[in-house]
Design a protein around this ligand. Structure first.
Ligand code: COA
Length: 258
């Protein structure tokens, strides 16, 4: 059975981490495959949305494969660290919208993977945490940078420096996840987000995503320049004409991503 399942449903590509017996831990081979998948996604016109989820009902992803790591001495650990941060950064850099459908708890690299997605939907009873400091290391796949951007420095320090695991309800309260649903409703909840994204023009969505991300750490003036630059990519698009025509004709738009 493949370690990662990739299935196209409509124009949403569902990528499922498929090692439930080790709580979908990220081995080096899984990370290298995720990097390949990220590259493939960028080149596929039939994919408009990417959903990352995990198999089983125990965990979304328990982070780096700690058993694999244990057999590797410090000097040889770098390729493994590069593979996990490479996979997460490549998925984070996708121009298409990404949803983490968190079917269970997410720790360490598992939460870093979810944080690299645009939207996080999790299930009741799940927990999340960057537990690395309790394991003698620190987050190394974007956690120290993405978590404070999402929830602010004070709360990020609390979670990271104490290696605290928090409940799904708390994660929602602090803005770390977008929605918490009963386990049985996860797929339907994700489909509802996809349906809402379908109402939006793909080029507009990616240009807006890029403007938000690139403008985050800049001055307002520099951010406004970035926004204008991103806006330009939608200005002469067919989808812009379609959006205006559909509005004028009182019908739903049919966007092509062009
Ligand atoms: N890497 C490798 N194997 C892992 C793993 C990881 N990160 N997390 C869990 N596993 C393995 C366990 O060793 C166990 O294997 P075994 O059946 O051979 O003993 C199996 O997955 C099931 O784990 P278990 O702890 O029994 O399941 P659980 O459902 O009770 O708990 C977790 C799941 C995820 C809560 C728990 O395993 C855990 O806390 N893992 C560590 C998470 C973490 O801190 N990750 C950060 C990595 S930097």
């Amino acid at each position: 059975m493949s370690e990662i399942l990739v299935e196209l449903h409509g124009h949403a590509l569902w990528v499922t981490l498929n090692r439930p017996e080790v709580r979908n831990a990220l081995s080096r081979s899984v990370n290298l495959r995720l990097q390949e998948i990220a590259l493939e996604i960028e080149n596929r016109d039939d994919v408009r949305v990417v959903v990352i989820t995990g198999a089983g009902d125990k965990a979304f992803c328990a982070g780096a494969d700690l058993k694999e790591r244990r057999g590797i001495d410090a000097a040889d650990a770098r390729p493994f660290i590069n593979a996990i941060s490479g996979a997460i950064n490549d998925l984070g850099a996708l121009r298409k919208p990404t949803i983490a459908a968190m079917n269970g708890s997410a720790y360490g690299g598992g939460l870093e993977l979810a944080m690299a997605c645009d939207f996080r939907i999790t299930v009741e009873g799940a927990e999340v945490g960057l537990t690395e400091t309790r394991l003698g290391i620190m987050p190394g796949a974007g956690g120290t940078q993405r978590l404070p951007r999402l929830i602010g420095e004070a709360r990020a320090k609390e979670m990271i420096m104490l290696g605290r695991r928090v409940t799904a309800a708390r994660a929602l309260e602090i803005g770390l996840v977008h929605q918490v649903v009963p386990r049985a409703s996860l797929k339907a909840a994700v489909q509802a987000w996809i349906a809402e994204l379908d109402l939006c023009a793909p080029l507009g969505v990616s240009a807006a995503k890029s403007a938000i991300e690139r403008g985050h750490a800049t001055s307002l003036d520099a951010g406004l320049d970035i926004e204008r630059e991103c806006y330009e990519t939608t200005l002469f698009s067919e989808d812009r004409d379609e959006g205006l025509a559909a509005f004028a004709e009182g019908r739903p738009p049919k966007y092509q991503g062009r």
